[in-house]
Design a binder for this molecule. Structure first.
Ligand SMILES: CC(C)(COP(=O)(O)OP(=O)(O)OC[C@H]1O[C@@H](n2cnc3c(N)ncnc32)[C@H](O)[C@@H]1OP(=O)(O)O)[C@@H](O)C(=O)NCCC(=O)NCCS
Length: 208
């Protein structure tokens, strides 16, 4: 199994629209039309997005961004610096759920984000009842930090992943060995302003 992240193109929008309307995505992401409007324009500065491809097929979308001070404060996360990276993810293809693609994509983005020394740690927010999301982030090495109110959306769990504290679970898959390919657009220093490949090897060493 090969998993990679690639740039989103205008040609992906019909697929993304279908994913946004799928019940399991809609439950977590909310209004598909509003989301599609946001995804139809290039990401603003400090925001990135990529299509998740498994064995050459597009299966989902991952977004990562620096949250604003205001967004964090409104959620009562005043102690979290705006220099963190916040991840949002969907596996839009129903058939591709539960195969470890979510956790694998989260790992790739987290590694790339933490390769930037200015990023202290990576966060994500999952609704309390979104057990699949909580498990996928746990499998990618995130720990549950606290519950908080994201008014008016409800109760959420703050998930965090620090450098050198990542472990998570290596999935024992029945579908054979998994290969996670790191693709240029995500790991290109155009986007993260660091030599990510060098930093990634340091992270791996630090891990082992
Ligand atoms: C969250 C999401 C990205 C996970 O992707 P995925 O590829 O299915 O995730 P993985 O296969 O890596 O892991 C899923 C884990 O959740 C578990 N899981 C799935 N459904 C579950 C449920 N209803 N209750 C408890 N655990 C569940 C799986 O067993 C697996 O855990 P395990 O490997 O420890 O057994 C995907 O479910 C999704 O896109 N959901 C809709 C959008 C969403 O919720 N986004 C996240 C917003 S924070």
């Amino acid at each position: 199994m090969s998993l990679l992240l690639r740039d989103v193109t205008a040609g992906d929008l019909p697929l993304i629209e279908r994913w946004l309307h799928a019940d399991h995505v809609r439950r977590a992401w909310g209004d598909p039309d509003a989301d599609l409007r946001l995804l139809s324009v290039p990401p603003p500065e400090g925001h990135w997005r990529a299509v998740i491809e498994a064995d050459g097929a597009a299966v989902g979308l991952v977004l990562w961004q620096h949250p604003t001070r205001e967004e964090l404060d409104v959620a009562g996360l005043s102690d979290i610096p705006a220099s963190v990276i916040d991840i949002d993810i969907m596996i839009g293809e129903r058939d591709a759920l539960g195969r470890g693609h979510g956790a694998a994509a989260i790992r790739l983005v987290t590694e790339a984000a933490l390769a930037d020394p200015a990023v202290p740690f990576v966060i994500a927010c999952a609704r309390l009842d979104n057990l699949a999301s909580r498990r996928a982030f746990a499998n990618a090495g995130f720990r549950e930090d606290r519950e908080f109110d994201d008014v008016p959306h409800g109760r959420y769990v703050l998930l965090v992943c620090h450098r050198c504290r990542r472990g998570g679970r290596t999935r024992s898959s029945t579908s054979g060995p998994r290969e996670y390919r790191r693709q240029a657009p995500l790991l290109n220093d155009r986007q993260l302003d660091v030599d990510v490949l060098t930093a990634l090897s340091k992270i791996t060493q630090c891990h082992e």
